[in-house]
Design a protein around this ligand. Structure first.
Ligand SMILES: [Zn+2]
Length: 249
């Protein structure tokens, strides 16, 4: 009798184990980290809409000495926790500061998570104002010098600049001069994008002007990172300009 009971426990244990493993295998990646260059990584988090559609969102991780700077949180608080865990296990360096490039959830939803871990989070004055008005998580540090369109501010080895309103009124971009990598965020569309996307908080006319300017200014970029979709080269800027022009026709 005892033997049968032991066998029963064993079979039950095997079943639990196989269910658990199957569940783990079928769980899609929520956050990925991809090396772009020495000391520069792309972080991509996958937001799931209520209808089940998964949508990827990009941010940047930059090595500064023995620590890391984050450009944008993951798209959600839980995904930002996953991102920090992935950084811990894959890059094995602490994140010391972060910058969020505008006041939308795909950029700033994880601000409180970062701050609860002692990471200083910085933003454009308008991002701080908008997140406050929306009742969203508010970055604790404002970079006032970014306020005017055309402003550029050093942020470690990065140059942060505010080109003016585009996809959002507060969209800031980041340039890595040594690597010639441009993080355009949501004001740059990937080649997979066939429309300008969410314009609710943006200014399409200003966006066209700033994109024309970026096209002239960043011809030397070797890599351009859009807010969503695949990283590419300079052609992402001309593609974005075309999408905006088509939208205005
Ligand atoms: Zn946005």
């Amino acid at each position: 009798m005892m033997k049968f009971r032991m066998l029963g426990y064993f079979v039950f244990f095997l079943l639990i184990c196989s269910f658990h493993c199957a569940a783990q295998d079928s769980k899609p990646n929520q956050v990925t980290i991809t090396a772009l260059d020495e000391g520069v990584w792309l972080h991509t988090s996958y937001y799931t809409y209520p209808n089940g559609t998964r949508f990827p969102s990009n941010g940047l991780i930059v090595k500064e000495g023995d620590s890391l700077t984050l450009i944008d949180t993951a798209w959600g608080e839980l995904l930002t926790l996953d991102l920090l865990e992935a950084i811990h296990s894959e890059i094995k360096l602490p994140v010391s500061k972060a910058f969020v490039t505008h006041a939308h959830g795909d950029r700033a939803a994880g601000v409180d998570v970062l701050e609860s871990k002692g990471i200083d989070v910085f933003a454009h004055p308008l991002t701080v104002q908008l997140t406050t008005e929306q009742g969203a998580a508010v970055p604790n540090n404002t970079i006032k010098e970014l306020k005017e369109a055309g402003s550029v501010v050093k942020f470690g080895s990065l140059e942060l600049f505010y080109p003016g309103a585009g996809h959002a009124m507060d969209n800031v971009m980041a340039w890595l001069p040594e690597k010639r990598i441009l993080f355009g965020g949501c004001a740059v569309r990937s080649l997979q994008s066939s429309s300008v996307g969410n314009l609710v908080h943006g200014d399409i006319h200003s966006w066209l002007n700033i994109t024309k300017q970026l096209n002239k200014q960043f011809k030397s970029a070797v890599m351009v990172v859009p807010g969503h979709g695949d990283v590419g080269g300079y052609e992402l800027l001309s593609h974005t300009e075309k999408l905006i022009s088509d939208h205005l026709k």
